[in-house]
Design a protein around this ligand. Sequence first.
Ligand code: CA
Length: 228
Amino acid sequence: MARILVIEDERGMAYGLRDNFEFDGHEVALAFDGEEGLRKATELSPDLIILDLMLPKKSGFDVCRELRAAGSNTPIIMLTARGQEIDKVLGLELGADDYITKPFSVRELLARVKAVLRRTGEVSSVSGNWRRVGRLLVDFEHYQAQDERGREVEMSVKEFDLLNYLVNHPGKAVSRDELLDKVWGYDNFPTSRTVDNFVVKLRKKIEVDPSKPRRILTVHGVGYKYVP
Ligand code: CA
């Protein structure tokens, strides 16, 4: 999984790409013109940029050139239309890593993305099914978690199980009783206070600011809700 910035002014295309990348487990940010794209590329430092050539305010050529001039080596895949100056892109004069000509199949683009990420080593080589949860990458299957710098974060099995349950019910208000039932199974006679204590622990690990949670929200009178 990677963080991908899509700079594309055709909104239908941008949203479609976002959905597909997210489905593939990536985290996606969108920008709809060249200036916004350049700003987000700097602010968000994504792992990969999908950059349309023809953009309002600043062309994809200029965005690419300015990023490289600023020392960025983030991989860039250019989206071009037939007949555009592909040789310029290819000449690497601009520093793009690859390009794809519209119309393209999403599958083909996803394959290119994977290839570029593999080449640049941006995809973590650890095996497993990693998901981004707040500021962490979590592999629920193998009970592993790491922070944004790739450092291992220790979590107990119950913390993993609770987080897994919440993550798999995104946007749903889940009651403390349901969590006790599904995660603890009532075996150790836990109380609803137990759930609250574990949520506090999880927030410290996954939230950017645990005092202002944005991922695990409290639903008053009910329980908790995970927001992806
Ligand atoms: Ca365009």
